[in-house]
Each structure stands twice: as C-alpha cells, then as structure tokens.
Design a protein around this ligand. Structure first.
Ligand code: GLP
Length: 243
C-alpha cells in the first residue's frame, strides 16, 4: 500500500499499463466511477482503452465519469475544450452513456453553483473509484496550481503563466489560451479510492522527483499524493530519470 511506481520503457508501454488498470477496475466493478484527466499524457491510454473496447475486453455501459477540469471560459464546441477532447479521444468511441459523463461547464454563468453541484454529484455517486491524473511541470494536478493553501472542493482557478505557456502548444496562439479554469479540488482528488498518475518525457523528471521526495506543500500540489494510501505512478524512463 502507499505509492507503487512502475517504470515503463516507452510511452506506448506506459499507456498500455494504464489502460489495463482502468479496464480491470471497470471489469471488477462495472458501475465504477472514473475520474478522468486530459492533456497530452493520457491520449495513448485512451487509444488503448478504445482498442480494448473494440476487442470486447471492457464495457463502459454502466460507468460514470467525472473529469478533473475544464478551461474557463470556453465553449464545448471549441476543439481545445476538454469536453471536445474527451469526446474526440474517448467518449465517441466507446459505449459510455451521455448521461453518465460529467465535465465542468466552461460556460457556467453561476460558477459557485456549478462547482457546488459538481462536488455534490461526485459525492452522491459514492465518490471516485479510480482517478487518472497527469502532472504539470509546476506540480499541478487537475488545474490545482501551486499556491499557499490547498483548495478542497471544485473551484475556479487563475492559470499560471507556466501552465498557459505549456498549453499554448495546443492553441493557434498563446493569446487564445483561456486565463482561467474550473478544477476539482484536492479533497475530492484525495478521496478517490485509487489514483493512477501518468508522466512521460524528460520535462516531467524534475517535478516527479519533487513530488515523491520533496516536502509536502501546496507549492507542489502533487506532493500531497505522498499521503494517499493507494497511488500507482506509471512513468516512462525519461520521467523516471531522477528516482
Ligand atoms: C493540463 C491539465 C492537467 C494535466 C497537465 C499536464 O493543463 N489540466 O490535468 O495533467 O496539464 O499536461 P500534459 O499531459 O499535456 O503534459
């Protein structure tokens, strides 16, 4: 128990291992509540899951999902929204029911209400069985940016310059990256029964070392995972360089 670390040889191997863990969760408990992440890192994992679904190795008909975050403001139809990302990378290709998909609304008019209702829905579903996470180069998980305190519930965040710069690679120009986001909070993430965190590439090596061996601090949000009883960390060789 505690933190289990798996070092994969390649991005493909990391993605396959992660997909196998998600599929096993769903096979063991068909009505699992999955916490899902976006970003470049889990794209390969989603591809593997789609393959497994096509090969009849997993069935998502009873699964419920809650995504970690969404930009704010952003339209669902924007091809950089996390809604679009999830549809495009996973949901359009598997048999998850539309009613069971939850992603914060990037156009919510009443943000407080949106956040409150999102947390309530997670809580009422029984909580997250398996949360998939990536990690930002600054240690963020979801969009919980380095800060003086940990935010507990779903909340609106102002994105760091570093995050805006890192994510500008997906947009036509840096000016198009939204400055804010809605993110699940640390309490919700920490209450997940199991967590799988993925990281690949040398750009993540330093922060992985900090997260694992540094001080537990809201300045490195992912460091709090040192206190979680059931985390599986799947890295490729490059991201595991310093451990
Ligand atoms: C993004 C997301 C995170 C993600 C992280 C790393 O902005 N909000 O959920 O884990 O930053 O992204 P990437 O996988 O593209 O490196």
């Amino acid at each position: 128990r505690g933190m289990r670390i798996i070092v994969a040889n390649t991005y493909e191997e990391m993605s396959k291992k992660a997909a196998t863990i998600v599929a096993s969760q769903v096979n063991l408990k068909p009505n699992s509540i999955l916490g899902l992440a976006t970003g470049g890192t889990p794209v390969g994992m989603y591809q593997e899951l789609v393959k497994m679904y096509e090969d009849d190795e997993v069935d998502f008909s009873e699964v419920k999902s809650f995504n970690l975050d969404e930009y704010y403001p952003i339209d669902r139809t924007n091809d950089q929204s996390y809604y679009y990302y999830m549809k495009n990378n996973l949901f359009n290709h598997i048999n998850i029911s539309e009613d069971n998909i939850n992603i914060p609304n990037g156009r919510a008019e009443d943000i407080e209400k949106e956040c409150y209702e999102y947390d309530h829905k997670i809580y009422n579903s029984g909580g997250i069985d398996l949360q998939v996470l990536g990690i930002g180069t600054n240690g963020h998980i979801g969009f919980n940016e380095p800060d003086l305190t940990f935010e507990s519930g779903t909340h609106k965040v102002k994105l760091d310059e570093e995050t805006i710069k890192a994510n500008s690679r997906f947009f036509d120009s840096i000016d198009e990256v939204p400055k804010e986001a809605i993110s699940m909070g640390m309490k919700t993430i920490m209450q997940s029964k199991k967590i799988v965190l993925l990281a690949n590439g040398e750009a993540k090596a330093k922060i992985i070392d900090k997260m694992l061996f540094g001080e537990i601090s809201p300045n490195v949000p992912a460091s709090i995972l040192q206190l979680h009883p059931h985390v599986i960390l799947i890295l490729d060789k490059e991201a595991a360089e310093y451990i």
